[in-house]
Design a protein around this ligand. Structure first.
Ligand SMILES: *Cc1c(COP(=O)(O)O)cnc(C)c1O
Length: 219
């Protein structure tokens, strides 16, 4: 199936209220152009250098999502154009994004990444750390806006476990949203689990291989 056909199929399974981010990491510019021509404007990358190169090569109305773990010293490269940073998991990173956004005279929207998985390797804040960041520090940062939460479920065949993890993110969101009206987005769900994520309240899904095919990391 072509990229266009994959997109047609996926878009039929996603409500219009849910944003589809096409995760194009490792894929060549020609593939992104094909998705663009099929109407996609939201693209997700996980390496800043790769995202900058693709930004240069592609139309300027694309909304670029940084979905990977962000190193503080690289924020400056994407600060002029990034649309949404999904993986923010420390105050230090928030402060750096604020600083670089200010230099570019803009406000950068971010999601706080929450640790919901049962794995050592996933990044993210726990409930206490989220509470601390939301209740104290962010008020002083005028060039960064926390607009939602992001999470990644455990890589497992156990559907019940994945569902419980999605529920836990939604619950955290519901707990804080009444006091932080800027919180609007719940970014959860990938190729293998996006339908369940939507059932559990996701408003933004990040889908790669179901659109572009499997990734080859060896090229
Ligand atoms: C790669 C990646 C995705 C997309 O994964 P697929 O299984 O290919 O859909 C989504 N979110 C993040 C954070 C990723 O790194």
């Amino acid at each position: 199936m072509s990229i266009r056909e994959n997109l047609n199929y996926i878009q039929k399974t996603i409500p219009s209220t849910v944003t589809l981010v096409a995760v194009s990491k490792t894929k060549p510019v020609a593939d992104l152009q094909e998705a663009y021509d099929a109407g996609i404007r939201d693209f997700g990358e996980n390496k800043i250098q790769e995202m900058c190169d693709k930004y240069e090569a592609l139309p300027k109305d694309i909304r670029w999502h940084m979905i990977g773990h962000v190193q503080t010293n690289k924020v400056k490269y994407m600060a002029p154009f990034v649309h949404l940073i999904h993986g923010v998991d420390s105050l230090k990173l928030l402060k750096e994004i604020n600083k670089q956004a200010e230099k570019n005279s803009r406000v950068i929207n971010v999601l706080l990444q929450i640790f919901i998985a049962d794995e050592e390797t996933k990044f993210g804040l726990d409930a206490k750390e989220l509470d601390a960041i939301l209740s104290t520090e962010i008020q002083q940062l005028h060039n960064v806006k926390v607009v939602g939460l992001m999470g990644m479920a455990t890589f497992t065949d156990d559907e019940n476990q994945v569902r419980e993890e999605f529920k836990s993110l939604k619950q955290l969101f519901n707990l804080h949203q009444p006091h932080h009206q800027d919180l609007q987005i719940i970014s959860m769900g990938m190729s293998g689990d996006y339908q369940m994520a939507i059932e559990e309240g996701s408003t933004m899904v990040r889908i790669g291989s179901s659109i572009f095919g499997h990734r080859n990391y060896n090229i």
